[in-house]
Design a protein around this ligand. Structure first.
Ligand code: KIV
Length: 269
């Protein structure tokens, strides 16, 4: 295997932080997208539970089941030969007990083929993170805006704006690092809080709506490529408008079928 196709492993991310190399992360939910994102050199493919909103048509991430995550993680793993595949643990699969969390994370690794799992939360999930790491399952943390707590938060609002909330977030990040997590997603927090958190940790921070000072960035691919027609957070940069291209292509196809231009003579079997 040549150096250019060497698989990215969990420890490589910390090395990237040490070298000051930024980490590029995108979400993926199927094998085809995983292959395309790999060709683009994306380092980490996150099978986010955003799956529920951008692919499955739910209003929130809460209805996403472990079975759905295992199914989509397995598809992404089949399409990924270089990128690190990280699978989100969906709502209520890691909060009930450490034992259940171990069993459920185990399915994402064993059946889904993920190399690591992601869990939302701070102090409340430190015991789960610690146990998973102890038994060899790498864990990515997630602080700031926690979509699985949307009802408690009351909306998808920027978090950690007050000094005490920012201090709590940094304390949570330190506790997660001590528990052994290998990276932490920081979602929708002020850039200065992300900068301080990043400086306080030796593991990488991966920002989404958290400004430029994180060690890496993640976006929901369907938002970044213009595929999702629902509300897209204001911090998202849209790198393409694939949704419009799909509509135009489907319209052209329908017109050709209806007026008999497809199939043509030379596309007949
Ligand atoms: O579910 C997801 O896609 C995520 C990212 C937004 C970080 O958790």
């Amino acid at each position: 295997m040549s150096e250019s196709v060497k698989r990215i492993r969990v420890p490589d991310l910390k090395e990237k932080k040490k070298r000051g190399e930024k980490i590029a992360v995108l979400t993926a939910y199927d094998a085809t997208m995983a292959r395309l994102l790999e060709r683009a050199g994306i380092d980490v493919l996150l099978v986010g539970d955003s799956l529920g909103m951008v692919v499955l048509g739910y209003e929130t991430t809460l209805p996403v089941t472990l079975d759905a995550m295992v199914h989509h993680t397995a598809a992404v793993s089949r399409g990924a030969s270089r990128a690190l595949v990280v699978a989100d643990m969906p709502f209520l699969t890691f909060q009930i007990s450490v034992t259940e969390a171990v069993r459920n994370a185990g399915r994402l690794i064993q059946e889904g083929g993920a190399a690591a799992v992601k869990i939302e939360g701070g102090a409340a999930v430190v015991d789960v993170a610690q146990r998973l790491v102890e038994i060899g399952i790498p864990v990515m943390g997630h602080l700031g805006l926690l979509p699985q707590s949307i009802h408690q938060l009351g909306g998808y609002r920027r978090q950690a704006r007050l000094v005490e909330d920012a201090e709590q977030l940094i304390a949570d990040a330190r506790a997660l690092e001590l528990a052994g997590v290998f990276a932490i997603v920081l979602e929708s927090i002020p850039a200065e809080v992300a900068r301080e958190t990043t400086a306080a940790l030796s593991i990488p921070t991966i920002g989404i709506g958290a400004g430029p000072y994180c060690d890496g960035q993640v976006l929901v691919s369907y938002d970044a490529f213009g595929l999702f027609e629902g509300a897209v957070p204001p911090f998202v940069k849209q790198y393409a408008n694939l949704g419009e291209q799909v509509v135009a292509a489907a319209k052209a196809y329908a017109e050709e079928v209806r007026d008999g231009r497809f199939p043509t003579g030379n596309s007949l079997p």
